[in-house]
Design a protein around this ligand. Structure first.
Ligand code: ASP
Length: 626
């Protein structure tokens, strides 16, 4: 058969995804069933189970647990089985045991409808204690709240909890479905890229790894960005990887120094192509029990997101959007309004908190204002709509009846609503109000107003980001909004030379319920343009990227990609409070492994091959002496 036909057939076969059969949990092992499997239909069968003792009661029965569930085991009381009775009544909880026995119906009235195996019990005939468990540092029951530090120290015990078992298994299932979708349905190739690499300019801070060559270091990649682009130059065409990434960003809440991305790159694709791919991928891998998601996802520009939600990560599950009321107040005689509007990007904006009078206390409103002041240096003014429909505010005496009415209409203010108003520079005002929008939503919810549906998943694409942003530490210099490889918007490319701050990019972020769960871009594939961005706009030394620049000169196809933050995505799907709840062995807030105590000291001898000496801070030197 001709090669192309063979190839076509093989590809067709690979693409045909058959419905997965239920996995066989009992293959290759002696057990006949898991602890969650037995039902009335098994009555009379002789079974062998393995598991942990969940609890044991008065030498009469015990409950055996494994990853699938619980089974009640009846401890035999007759003389002939006294050995089994001895073993099972004296083994401490969490000991690992094998039990062989007969599945029997529970006596009438003793069924437990809350337990999937609640209609049966297993009458033990033989048993073996495979490992005795010492006294536990805490009980393995979900309802016992432990400190997170203790849970992380004994992570392997915490992993036995129902919640972590569920989270990690769901994560594995989702990733499996993603692989199916990408490789089997759409011809992606799973490629592993190195984790010992070199420093990349821009972006996050990287971890360094010493080498045996004096003064030379590897870097742990913050993402496989360069490799995935080089794979396109290498003709791989469609790449994906469940990629581990490393960022040395210090302690930040709900961040990990190492995390996992679903990393994707495609040749000959545009922004819409990547967006449709990701929508299809998420729809295909979305766990059934979480309902279904509708595609295409809505999209908004960066400017719209900032103007209406005060952030590039808009939580679109609820309203309370930021409203521009500059025009309503423009003709007023209010000094601070006129001041604000006299600046180039001056604006007056507000959010309306529904039923704020009823649900927010005075101290809540004070703390909202305080937070705008301390975080954004932004003053906030409040307006309340009284039951008689009139407005209460320091502002009202400056406003005519018509203006007051316009204000009520612009903000759709109902009786008992509270409006928070800010005047000043566009970005500062919007950012402050965006933050107040989220804070007040949490306050309203804490007070009992149902605002955000906890089971809802609102995806939104944010597009048309600026290609460059002023550096926070020095606003006269520019940095990439995404990364230096992002291509300019085709219609703005000429501005790159004249006014780079005005260039929009082909960068897109995927946001879910106010969290960034993905981001990517169409890349620069012209060496000349890439060199210009690095050297002239970002003022970076392009020499460190000479390999990439050279590759772009040697037949690089147009390409683009995206990365989904797997930890964050899964934590939102399972509604976990932290990404640490979906990572088997997470690091602590300070980036430490509390179980094995890493990072740890090494001896000067171990450092010698790397030509490294530790210069100890004075206090630590003293502490080591004592
Ligand atoms: N490498 C980028 C990141 O880690 C994603 C991408 O542009 O594909 O955010």
């Amino acid at each position: 058969m001709a090669l192309p036909r063979l190839l076509a057939r093989a590809l067709h076969r690979a693409a045909a995804v058959s419905a997965p059969a239920a996995p066989d949990f009992n293959s290759f092992v002696v057990r006949t069933n898991t602890c969650g499997e037995l039902r009335s239909a098994h009555v009379g069968q002789k079974v062998t189970l393995y598991g942990w003792i969940q609890y044991q009661r008065q030498g009469l029965f015990l409950v055996l647990r494994d990853f699938q569930g619980l089974t009640q085991i009846i401890i035999p009381q007759d003389e002939a089985h006294s050995h089994v009775k001895d073993l099972l009544s004296n083994a401490p909880v969490e000991s690992v045991v094998r039990v062989t026995g007969i599945v029997s119906p529970r006596p009438p009235g003793q069924e437990n409808p809350k337990m999937p195996t609640g209609d049966i019990e297993v009458k033990a005939e033989t048993a073996e204690i495979l490992n005795f468990c010492k006294k536990l540092p805490f009980e393995i029951k979900d309802f016992i709240k432990k400190s997170e530090a203790l849970r992380m120290q004994y992570r392997y015990l915490d992993l036995r909890s129902l919640q972590l078992q569920h989270n990690l298994r769901l994560r594995s299932r989702v990733v499996m479905r993603m692989r199916e979708y990408l490789c089997n349905l759409h011809g992606f190739v799973d490629v592993e890229t190195p984790t010992l690499f070199k420093r990349t300019p821009g972006g996050a801070k990287e971890f360094l790894v010493p080498s045996r060559e004096a003064g030379k270091f590897y870097s742990l990649p913050q993402s496989p960005q360069q490799f995935k682009q080089l794979l396109m130059v290498g003709g791989l065409d469609r790449y994906f990887q469940v990629a581990r990434c490393y960022r040395d960003e210090g302690s930040r809440p709900d961040r990990q120094p190492e995390f996992t991305q679903i990393d994707i790159e495609m040749s000959f694709v545009d922004q819409a192509g990547i967006q449709r791919l990701i929508e299809g991928l998420l729809q295909y891998s979305w766990p059934e029990e979480r309902g279904s998601i509708t595609t295409p996802f809505p999209s908004m520009t960066y400017e719209e997101a900032l103007a209406e939600y005060g952030t590039d990560k808009p939580d679109t599950r609820f309203g309370m959007k930021i409203v521009d009321i500059s025009d309503v107040l423009r003709l007023s005689d209010i000094q601070f309004v006129q001041n604000a509007l006299s600046y180039p990007r001056g604006t007056i904006r507000a959010i309306c908190i529904p039923q704020g009078v009823r649900y927010l206390k005075n101290k809540d409103l004070e703390s909202l204002k305080e937070s705008a002041k301390s975080q954004f240096n932004q003053e906030i003014m409040e307006i309340i709509r009284r039951p008689d429909g009139s407005l209460k505010s320091l502002l009202t005496k400056f406003l005519g009846e018509k203006q007051q009415l316009e204000l009520i209409q612009a903000l759709n203010m109902q009786v008992d609503d509270v409006v928070l108003l800010a005047a000043g520079e566009h970005k500062q005002v919007c950012s402050a109000l965006g933050s107040l929008r989220l804070l007040s939503a949490s306050l309203l919810e804490a007070a009992g107003l149902a605002l955000r549906d906890p089971t809802a998943f609102h995806f939104v694409w944010v597009v048309d980001f600026p290609l460059f942003l002023p550096k926070a530490e020095n606003p006269t210099e520019l940095e990439s909004a995404h990364h230096p490889f992002t291509a300019p918007h085709p219609s703005d490319a000429s501005l790159l030379h004249s006014d780079p701050t005005k260039v929009r990019s082909q960068h897109y972020d995927l946001v879910l319920n106010g969290n960034e769960v993905g981001g990517g871009s169409i890349r620069i594939h012209s060496a000349e343009q890439q060199r210009f961005v690095l050297e002239k706009v970002l003022k970076e030394d392009s020499e460190v990227l000479s390999h990439l620049l050279e590759a772009l000169e040697l037949g690089a196809p147009p390409h683009g990609g995206i990365a989904l933050g797997l930890d964050r995505l899964i934590s939102l799907i399972v509604d976990a409070p932290s990404i640490r709840d979906v990572i088997a062995f997470p690091k602590s807030f300070r980036g430490r492994d509390l179980m094995a105590n890493a990072p740890d000291y090494v001896t000067p001898e171990e450092l010698e091959p790397y030509h490294i000496q530790v210069s100890w801070p004075l206090e630590e030197k003293e502490a080591k002496k004592n």
